[in-house]
Design a protein around this ligand. Structure first.
Ligand SMILES: Nc1ncnc2c1ncn2[C@@H]1O[C@H](COP(=O)(O)OP(=O)(O)OP(=O)(O)O)[C@@H](O)[C@H]1O
Ligand SMILES: [Mg+2]
Length: 337
């Protein structure tokens, strides 16, 4: 059922009211709470927020990969090309994973099998979804390894995961995800382990695949510099909730949520100008101990009584923009551009 803060016009991928719980010693903890956004064809959407805000769990939920137990889908839906993924069987999902929707995992070794060469693993994915000869699949493996900048790919295709350095392994993962030219790529911190030159190359590659094959990307990152560089729109999460949704330019110019302002002011280049890195004081709440009212209010410099009383809905605040701040109309928040 559409909610008030529904993601808007139809996207290739539509996440609507997604909620995920985890079993903890304190009972069920709600770590993703009524999350809605969409990713259109040829669009790069950034999913940002501090550690523990629920970015990875959101990404995993899309493909039905949240471990259960301890997790459970508590509500909402994920639609891909109009089909409801949350209602699909494991078998139907397997046809979609790696083919229509691919994921680059935050932890590289989770999707590489140490017992097989990277070439075998990439070609297996390719043949499972696309069929064809072994030879053609190996050629595809070499092609995608070259695409992500693995030197000497015709030889390296025969190497095992442990024979690659951390950064190279990360690139192998990216190659694997791109093998079938997915319509949607969920990339969870894809460039975090890479040095800046390689990071720039990978971001360039994702942008060019957006342009050439119209791939939509959900880019999960804590790095707002990366977001500024490649994203079209941004979804900001805090303590399991979407707290701001916006096209990228306006978000950096004029954030509408104090939490976003805090993240922007903590960006290194801004801190460098003042000689010191600003950071948001305090810490994110535990999922079983969420503050009443706005979840950010204990850390927010603009908190008033009304912020503490009842949950704040995501409010429409202008052109394709939403903010979960009850004071947003009264505040003039600082941007960085
Ligand atoms: N398997 C699990 N069992 C129990 N709790 C979990 C599990 N996976 C995640 N969580 C909890 O869910 C919340 C969201 O975690 P998530 O990994 O999505 O955060 P994140 O935004 O990706 O953080 P990071 O930036 O550190 O990657 C956290 O409170 C985390 O402790
Ligand atoms: Mg994560």
């Amino acid at each position: 059922m559409p909610t008030a803060d529904r993601a808007g016009e139809s996207g290739l991928l539509e996440v609507d009211g997604l909620s995920v719980d985890f079993a903890t010693d304190h009972g069920w903890a709600n770590v993703v709470a009524d999350v809605s956004f969409h990713v259109g064809q040829g669009e790069i959407v950034g999913l940002v927020g501090e550690s523990g805000s629920g970015k990875t769990v959101t990404g995993l939920s899309i493909l039905g990969l949240v471990p259960s137990p301890p997790g459970r889908l508590a509500g909402g839906s994920v639609r891909f090309e109009g089909r409801n993924l949350t209602g699909m069987s494991e078998r139907q999902l397997r046809d979609i994973r790696g083919n229509d929707i691919a994921m680059i995992f935050q932890e590289p070794m989770t999707s590489l099998n140490p017992a097989f060469t990277v070439g075998d693993q990439i070609s297996e994915t390719f043949r499972r979804h696309r069929g064809g000869s072994r030879r053609a699949a190996t050629a595809r493996a070499v092609e995608v390894l070259e695409l992500v900048g693995i030197p000497n790919a015709t030889k390296r295709v025969e190497a095992y995961p442990h024979e690659f350095s951390g950064g190279m392994r990360q690139r192998v993962m990216i190659a694997m995800a791109l093998t079938c030219e997915p319509k949607i790529l969920i990339a969870d911190e894809p460039t975090t382990a890479l040095d800046v030159t390689i990071q720039a190359q990978i971001l360039e590659l994702l942008s060019s695949m957006r342009d050439t094959i119209g791939m939509g990307v959900l880019l999960i990152t804590h790095d707002l510099g990366v977001v500024a560089e490649v994203c079209d729109r941004v979804v900001v999460m805090y303590a399991g909730q979407v707290v701001e949704r916006s096209p990228v330019g306006p978000l950096f110019d004029e954030p509408r949520m104090p939490y976003t302002e805090g993240l922007l002011l903590a960006m290194p280049q801004v801190g460098a100008a003042s000689g010191r890195l600003a950071s948001i004081p305090g810490r994110t709440p535990e999922p079983w101990n969420m503050p009443a009212g706005c979840r950010f209010h204990p850390r927010c410099p603009y908190t008033e009584q009304k912020c503490t009383e009842r949950p704040i809905p995501l409010l429409a605040v202008g052109d394709d923009r939403h903010s979960r701040c009850v004071r947003t109309a009264e505040l003039e928040l600082r941007g960085v551009r």
